[in-house]
Design a protein around this ligand. Structure first.
Ligand code: NI
Ligand code: MN
Length: 226
């Protein structure tokens, strides 16, 4: 499984012979828009954790062009289906086996309105199981006790956790989250994109290493093999 960081909370994952794009926010991201060419992304699926602009901005354009199936909560999936796009609706606690592997939609503590203020369902994260590996993509979330459920489902190989603070967990809470989910290897995301979530990388890495854990911070366009 290969995971490429596209900036903010956007990821591109190649696994099970398929391409998955997560929460595409590229054309509106000053840090990513000149480095990642949206027109070069040809995903088979687009996973959307919640309806906020910094997670859905490029969904419509990319899905319309590539024919990708949008996987998200019921409200978000239905909204995109109404625009003529392909979608697979899920809801919390449910899992489904796709041709690339299995996804479970799990809880996140956050909000999920569309940019126009309309209801975007409840926010979530995904547990992806594919090629014998298990990956948790937390989405925007606070530290929550529900994370303790995840090791009852799978033994994670990697967790993608928000570490930017202010709108989500910061690095300190993410260390506790990593205990809750039983995974010491964390890819940080949702940081540095704008002023509210700028972090000190060295300090964030130290908070993890002091706890005997690994925090991976990828440059935009960098790839990690799991
Ligand atoms: Ni959000
Ligand atoms: Mn966000």
């Amino acid at each position: 499984m290969q995971i490429t960081f596209l900036g903010h909370a956007s990821l591109f994952i190649s696994t099970g012979g398929k391409k998955l794009l997560i929460d595409p926010f590229i054309t509106g991201n000053e840090k990513a828009k000149d480095r990642i060419k949206v027109q070069d992304l040809h995903p088979d699926y687009i996973l959307v954790t919640h309806a906020h602009q910094d997670h859905i901005l490029d969904v419509e354009e990319i899905a319309g062009r590539s024919g990708a199936v949008i996987i998200s909560n019921y409200e978000i999936a239905t909204r995109f289906e109404d625009k003529g796009l392909k979608a697979h609706p899920m809801n919390h606690g449910g899992s489904w086996t796709f041709d690339f592997g299995n996804l479970k939609y799990v809880n996140a503590i956050h909000t999920s309105s569309f940019p126009d203020g309309s209801y975007g369902g409840q926010p979530g994260g995904f547990v992806l199981s594919s090629e014998g590996k298990h990956l948790y993509i937390a989405g925007d979330t606070a530290l929550t006790m529900d994370m303790k459920l995840i090791p009852l489902f799978v033994k994670l190989d990697l967790a993608v956790l928000p570490i930017g603070d202010n709108f989500t967990m910061g690095a300190g809470d993410a260390v506790i989250a990593s205990d809750f989910i039983g995974c010491n290897k964390v890819l940080g995301y949702h940081y540095d994109t704008f002023g509210y979530i700028e972090i000190d990388h060295q300090n964030a890495r130290k908070i993890f290493s002091d706890a005997g854990k690994e925090l991976i911070l990828l440059g935009i366009g960098e790839t990690l093999e799991v």
